[in-house]
Design a protein around this ligand. Structure first.
Ligand SMILES: Cc1cc2nc3c(=O)[nH]c(=O)nc-3n(C[C@H](O)[C@H](O)[C@H](O)COP(=O)(O)OP(=O)(O)OC[C@H]3O[C@@H](n4cnc5c(N)ncnc54)[C@H](O)[C@@H]3O)c2cc1C
Length: 397
């Protein structure tokens, strides 16, 4: 019997990396967490407040079923580890259905997904007087504290200010060697969750992931304050520790780090227009004076997370397609993998809701455990989906 202790390295101490650490802790895997920064949650996971609620589609799709299951999983972790006592938060999210298309989509989503009233129900949002879906257990939370608390529970060995430069299979192919700014680390499993910096890793730069700039505004709690977070195209969070957040403007093309004053003004104007009963009593405000934060989310081509064993594209047999053409065959492309390397990325603007469940799916698949979700959900998340599309479109030659 092989009794050697297995070691996993997780790269990235954002919400994704923290969630992987938790899934590994549940399986008693010795874990080393690396981050180039001096501590956790410095990048996308470093916003002061974010919102947690599920993404729904009119009809059941793998994407919405994953999101709903992820929301339930988030709530179970929240409960099991009593996170409500340690993570600053406020319960309740309203999602406004302020036009016929949104109303059609969300009111039908509640029915098609058979969402019970205690999870989500139609309700008038009091400040706008508009119909909304209310998620009583949805939350405004501090992503930084959430990440830190998940790490506290997972208790990995941490190596901060430590950058992963490269990684490769060892010569005898039994383990992986990570070359880092602090020297070499040998491990049995490697989990990659580098967020928007994925492209620095040559094993990942084929993935159709994109860095997207986001800007939010943080302002002192206003009176009267909205007890629940409200989404209306943009979003306003409930107050946490004396502050609220208004978000977010996104830009896929121009990515500068300096805040844009005009976007802060625009966010405030849209708030005044959509929720006048909330914001008028606050009196005139100068949003240019409120602190802004620019950060970057990572978005995949189909806006769905990337979760699974990593394909090894250097080993792809691209000749299959031509063999099929020549021999009129129907041979499928076989995807070769780095068997012990997993990826969790592309969480877009819903990382807080999705990361814990995505990590659980990833780790259970890597360890060939019984599936915890349907095959269609797992398939919709795997990185392979892009490879197959690229192969069909001749983008891999
Ligand atoms: C403006 C904005 C608002 C948002 N609002 C919400 C919201 O309300 N609700 C919600 O659910 N989601 C929201 N999101 C999305 C959410 O923040 C992200 O999906 C999530 O934080 C992504 O987490 P991550 O761990 O994948 O990435 P990150 O938090 O970016 O973590 C990646 C980590 O990897 C490290 N790293 C990278 N390369 C290396 C390397 N080579 N070596 C060592 N370390 C490395 C980085 O230092 C970083 O700490 C928002 C995003 C933005 C930008």
């Amino acid at each position: 019997m092989n009794t050697k202790v297995k070691i996993a390295v997780v790269v990235g101490a954002g919400i994704s990396g923290a969630s992987i650490c938790l899934a590994l802790k549940k399986r008693n895997i010795q874990t080393i967490l690396l981050d180039a920064e001096a501590g956790p949650a410095h990048h996308a996971s470093g916003n002061p407040i974010g919102v947690v609620y599920p993404f729904l589609t009119k009809h059941r799709l793998a994407e919405s079923e994953f999101s709903l299951a992820a929301f339930h999983y988030f709530l179970s972790v929240w409960e099991d580890f009593d996170l409500k006592s340690v993570v600053p938060h406020a319960d309740g999210i309203y999602f406004l259905m302020d036009n016929p298309a949104t109303y059609d989509r969300y009111s039908n989503a509640i029915k098609s997904h058979q969402i019970p009233v205690h999870v989500g129900c139609e309700k008038i949002e009091p400040y706008s007087g508009l119909p909304a879906i209310f998620f009583p257990q949805g939350k405004s939370v501090s992503p930084v504290n959430l990440t830190k608390q998940i790490l506290r529970i997972s208790n990995p060995e941490t190596r901060y200010s430590c950058t992963l430069f490269s990684w490769e299979k060892s010569e005898n192919k039994t383990n992986i060697i990570c070359q880092t700014s602090e020297g070499k680390i040998h491990c049995d499993y490697l989990f990659l969750s580098q967020g928007y910096q994925f492209a620095d890793d040559p094993h990942l730069n084929w993935l159709p992931l994109q860095k997207v700039r986001g800007q939010i505004l943080k302002f002192p709690e206003q009176i009267p304050t909205n007890a629940h977070g409200i989404l209306y195209g943009d979003y306003i969070t409930s107050a946490i520790e004396g502050y609220q957040v208004l978000g977010a403007t996104f830009d896929e093309y121009k990515l500068e780090e300096t805040p844009r004053e005009e976007e802060s003004i625009l966010l405030w104007q849209k708030l005044s227009k959509k929720l006048p009963n909330l914001s008028e009593p606050w009196g005139p405000q100068n949003p240019s004076l409120f602190p802004t934060r620019v950060s970057y989310r990572t978005q995949s081509q189909d806006r769905h997370p990337v979760v699974g064993k990593l394909p090894n594209i250097s080993k792809l047999d691209l000749s299959v397609k031509y063999q099929n053409v020549l021999r009129n065959g129907k041979k499928q492309m076989e995807v070769p993998y780095f068997e012990s390397v997993g990826i969790l990325n592309g969480l877009g603007s819903r990382g807080l809701t999705h990361a814990l469940f995505a990590a659980e799916i990833l780790v259970s698949e890597m360890f060939a455990e019984e599936r915890i979700t349907s095959e269609s959900i797992s398939k919709s998340l795997r990185p392979d989906r892009f490879l197959l599309r690229m192969w069909k479109r001749e983008q891999l030659t």
